[in-house]
Design a binder for this molecule. Structure first.
Ligand SMILES: [Fe+2]
Ligand SMILES: [Fe+2]
Length: 190
């Protein structure tokens, strides 16, 4: 495989970086959707005491969004809203939102970014916290949208009897959304 001319990045030239970015883009096109779906599959198993695992929870969330007539990117956002649970349990909303950010609009990003806090409405008070902690964002334009996301596609998605769709049924949507041109032209300008 062709490689760059440099050892230290400071010595790189335009051709070097064009090579790298071409390779990175091709790799993303071939593997990003599969990598994300594999991560989702890795969530099969542990239930933490819920009646279903995080894999089925995610499928249930996406299925409910789809059956409620949501656009594709919201269905995909629902599918991946907890994708960061295995690697960022303390801040999974922020990490999932950042994964989605280049491929979804600002509203969808904001909803996923804040869903953990908004979801706290259903349980923070049982653990000595404030269930209304989300009121910090009460005046925000997307407060109601995030609250609705949690009400309709999260807090109610632990049902073992729900007939969720299979990941294979949702796969074309996943490939379509993550195959979109990123909203940000350069790495880490987001
Ligand atoms: Fe979550
Ligand atoms: Fe969730």
């Amino acid at each position: 495989m062709e490689t760059v001319s440099f050892v230290d990045m400071v010595d790189g030239n335009q051709g070097d970086y064009e090579l790298i970015f071409t390779e990175v883009a091709a790799h993303k096109e071939r593997h990003l959707a599969d990598q994300l779906m594999d991560t989702l599959r890795s969530m099969k198993g542990p239930t933490f005491g819920y009646r279903i695992d995080r894999y089925r929870h995610s499928l249930q969330s996406a299925t409910r969004a789809l059956r409620n007539g949501e656009p594709d990117e919201m269905v995909v956002a629902a599918l991946f809203h907890d994708i960061a649970d295995p690697i960022a349990p303390e801040n999974h909303s922020a990490v999932a939102a950042e994964i989605l950010k280049p491929y979804v609009d600002e509203r969808t990003h904001w909803i996923i970014r804040h869903h953990g806090l908004f979801q706290g409405y259903y349980y923070f008070h049982h653990l000595g916290g404030d269930r209304d902690a989300r009121d910090l964002f009460r005046e925000h334009a997307w407060f109601d949208d995030c609250a609705a996301f949690c009400a309709e596609y999260d807090q109610n998605c632990f049902n073992p009897d729900y007939d969720n769709m299979a990941l294979e049924d949702l796969e074309p949507m996943v490939r379509d959304v993550f195959g979109r041109e990123a909203r940000f032209p350069m790495v880490d300008l987001a």
